[in-house]
Design a protein around this ligand. Structure first.
Ligand code: DOR
Ligand code: ZN
Length: 343
């Protein structure tokens, strides 16, 4: 197969930032994806529906001319999130509420300290049928960074999913065999998004010939058997697994630093990386459902009607990309990706 025409895909987990950074990256996503679930971890975080909808307007204003792209907004969950805010969010078209354990990752300081402290908000979300999107890592410094997802599932996610049996839950950017197994064995309404980096790289990619800050994201890359489990879930055809790039741009200097930020920018080849991985696994026929059907179905949205055609053939990735006044180092910088958008 040399070309592949898909229903236009959705990116079910994306960081777009704001201001000049937003303007720099948005076109990459809009060219490929019809919609994206946009994360609320701005500074300050989007804790109110008014803030989320104002951000939505800024995204629409920043779209390149002629782009056909719909941002799907999320709310940032705190221990102070009220039932009134959640009700207004649902009415305002917000598609999900993001739980960041406080301190787990970029701009998560305002997140949740004790998961039990948001149980009443989760009760409201369950009643509203407003999905919970979870960054599934404990922040306990005693837990090894490579174990934080598995421990989060045992300590927090499994009890939460049992306690709120109707709440729809996404384990975002699943990275481990334990995470994949948890979703597979869970009740209906539990799903996971999968990033291109966790499909295609293991933790050795952090240390290839030296320290590789541009491969650092959270949750961190895991051992090879975990990568294999994540890939297997993605290509399985199981509707509980869907595409979410977690493309997370940071300026070059913020990554190449004594204390570098977590986040990998992948939107410049946001569908191509998946096509390459599915192709290598002999599963190109499963890409469309993973990229365009499963996420829409989970979010109870109509599937997209347009199409996107991909073509086999090496696409060179630039060494860096413009990022406002700064530069951004994209995933696979200076290398190439085996598939490209055809048009
Ligand atoms: O690597 C990450 N970067 N993980 C996250 O959870 C947040 C993201 C970001 O916003 O940069
Ligand atoms: Zn993210």
């Amino acid at each position: 197969m040399e070309t592949l025409t898909l229903t236009r895909p959705d990116d079910c987990h994306l960081h777009l930032r704001d201001g000049p950074a937003l303007a720099a990256v948005l076109g990459d996503t809009a060219r490929r994806f019809a919609r994206a679930v946009v994360m609320p971890n701005l500074s300050p975080p989007l804790t109110t529906v008014d803030a989320a909808l104002a951000y939505r307007d800024r995204i629409l204003e920043a779209l390149p001319m002629g782009a056909d792209f719909t941002p799907l907004m999320t709310l940032y969950l705190t221990e102070a999130t009220s039932a009134r805010q959640l009700t207004a969010a649902k009415a305002g078209g917000v598609v999900g509420v993001k739980l960041y354990p406080a301190g787990a990752t970029t701009h998560s300081d305002a997140g949740v300290g004790r998961v039990e402290a948001v149980y009443s908000a989760l009760e409201t979300m369950q009643a509203l049928d407003l999905p919970l999107l979870v960054h599934g890592e404990v922040t306990d410094p005693a837990v090894d960074v490579f174990d934080r997802e598995a421990v989060f599932i045992d300590r927090h996610l499994a009890p939460l999913v049992a306690r709120f049996p109707q709440l729809r839950v996404v384990l975002e950017h699943v990275t481990t065999r334990e995470g994949v197994d948890f979703v597979r064995d869970a009740r209906p309404g539990v799903a996971a998004s999968i990033t291109p980096q966790h499909l295609s790289m293991n933790r050795s990619a952090l240390f290839e010939g030296g320290l590789r800050p541009h491969h650092y994201c959270l949750p961190i890359l895991k051992r090879e058997p975990h990568r294999a489990a994540v890939l297997e879930a993605a290509i399985s055809g199981d509707a509980r697994f869907f595409l979410g790039t977690d493309s997370a741009p940071h300026a070059r200097g913020d990554k190449q630093s004594a204390c570098g930020c977590a986040g990998i920018y992948s939107a410049h080849a946001g569908i191509e990386f998946y096509a390459e991985a599915f192709d290598q696994a002999g599963a190109l026929d499963r890409l469309e459902a993973f990229a365009a059907h499963h996420g829409a179905d989970f979010y109870l949205l109509p599937r997209n009607t347009g199409t996107l055609t991909l073509r086999r053939g090496a696409m060179a990735v630039p060494e860096s990309l413009p990022f406002g006044d700064d530069r951004l180092i994209p995933l696979r910088a200076g290398g190439d990706v085996a598939w490209q958008v055809a048009d």
